[in-house]
Design a protein around this ligand. Structure first.
Ligand code: NDP
Ligand code: MG
Length: 387
């Protein structure tokens, strides 16, 4: 049994964050909260900080600092604000495990800060690896840091790879539910509303990733994430549609064997696997019975209907700042779509527009990523005619 770990949880008020706190709640001997981080939901952050007796809290949006500070006055909990403070609590000596459940580009710098301070990292923020997977994984190797994926597909692949040799791997097979709009035609997709796209059939998640699931940008990002996490060529990462979301992903081996990991669509399983690895949690989840699923189906992706997946593979082949440009333009377009400021199909339009025009850097530094992210966001706004 591993020793007690003090946790910094980045994005505690989000979908993954709240489920992470559930794991902490069920394992008081194993985990305590060192720091919690959110962006704007300061009241929920304050409530969590008191419940878990956090030492420090950070609110990303500095406008809410005074409110949070006043609410926590007399509690002994230190209140901080801003992006530098996020990196500080992710790298503080007093913390052992960083769970990164931020959404978007905001997750990249805190992941690197945690790596450079040799923290164990449970990573939900896939954008970290989409943007800077090359730097992030080579820095993690250099510092001897473990990055344990929370994303269910990557958790499944990691579980399938336990005890296997690298040279035995033939292909990784990433499964894809198809998102909320999977039964619509290409034409119908043009008039989709945010409310329709937010109705994911299997997973209850934050708004951004739910939209990314509907466009299949999320699956493209997961291919990029797998490429870096498992150090495998893009050609050997396959995506297949599996509407029931029971098989979380698979690995095909050189001897013709295929291993799959199955379970309910409950993120607490991969979250606890990453946090407790190599142990498994014994918390009560809804029981899984394969008899409830007499028919599991699989089919190929329709690339004409879902161009985003092919764009992600292209970005991976181009390398450099291309995936960063895809990510930044997507973030702006998804926010615009959620705010009823553009059509669903404009999301991919904005990504393509940004990729065509952005300055490309083949071997980027962190400063290049910051620049490419700002440029991608500006290009997406230009395409969508937003201020
Ligand atoms: P949510 O939108 O539900 O939560 C995001 C969290 O990050 C919130 O706590 C939010 O704070 C905080 N946050 C956002 N931006 C900033 C910022 N700039 N500075 C500080 N805090 C910030 O997202 P999810 O939990 O759904 O997703 C988190 C990550 O996990 C994403 O990268 C997603 O792709 C990945 N993931 C999620 C899955 C899921 O089931 N939800 C499954 C697999 C991967 P506030 O609440 O105050 O806005
Ligand atoms: Mg996933």
């Amino acid at each position: 049994m591993k020793q007690h770990e003090r946790v910094t949880l980045l994005g505690s008020t989000g979908s993954i964050g709240v489920q992470t706190l559930d794991i902490v709640r069920h394992h008081p001997d194993r985990f305590s909260v060192y720091a919690l981080v959110a962006h704007s939901r300061w009241e929920e952050l304050a409530r969590q900080a008191v419940e878990f007796n956090a030492r420090r809290v950070v609110i990303g949006d500095e406008r809410y600092y005074d409110n949070l500070k006043t609410r926590l006055a007399g509690s002994g909990i230190e209140v901080l604000a801003g992006s530098e403070a996020i990196c500080e609590v992710a790298s503080d000596e007093a913390c052992d495990l960083v769970v990164n459940a931020l959404v978007g580009y905001a997750g990249l710098h805190p992941t690197l800060a945690a790596i450079h301070s040799r923290k164990r990292i449970a990573l939900a923020n896939k954008e970290t690896l989409v943007v800077g997977g090359d730097i992030v994984m080579s820095e993690a190797r250099r510092m001897g840091v473990d990055i344990l994926p929370i994303d269910s597909e990557h958790s499944a692949i990691m579980q399938c790879l336990e005890g296997e040799k690298r040279q035995s791997i033939k292909n990784l097979i990433v499964t894809c539910s198809g998102g909320a709009l999977r039964d619509m035609t290409k034409e119908e997709l043009q008039s989709v509303t945010p409310e329709m796209a937010l109705r994911h059939p299997q997973w209850s998640m934050g708004a951004k990733i739910t939209i990314d699931s509907a466009t299949l940008v999320n699956k493209g990002f997961e291919v990029i994430e797998a490429r870096w996490l498992f150090d495998i060529e893009p050609e050997r990462i396959k995506v297949i549609i599996h509407p029931q979301s029971i098989v979380h992903s698979m690995v095909e081996f050189t001897d013709g064997s295929v291993k799959a990991q199955l379970g309910n669509a409950d993120m607490r399983t991969p979250i606890s696997y990453a946090m407790l690895y190599p142990e498994r949690s014994a918390i009560a989840m809804e029981e899984f019975s394969i008899l409830d699923y007499p028919t599991l189906t699989f089919k190929a992706v329709d690339h004409d209907k879902y161009p985003a997946l092919g764009i992600a593979y292209d970005c991976l082949h181009r390398g450099g700042t291309a995936p960063c440009t895809m990510n930044g333009s997507n973030e702006v377009a998804v926010a615009a779509f959620l705010g009823h400021k553009c059509a669903f199909t404009d999301i991919v339009g904005a990504i393509e527009y940004a990729l065509k025009r952005a300055e490309f850097t083949a071997v980027p530094s962190m400063e290049d990523y910051d620049r490419a992210n700002i440029e991608a966001r500006a290009l997406a706004k230009e395409y969508l005619k937003l201020k």
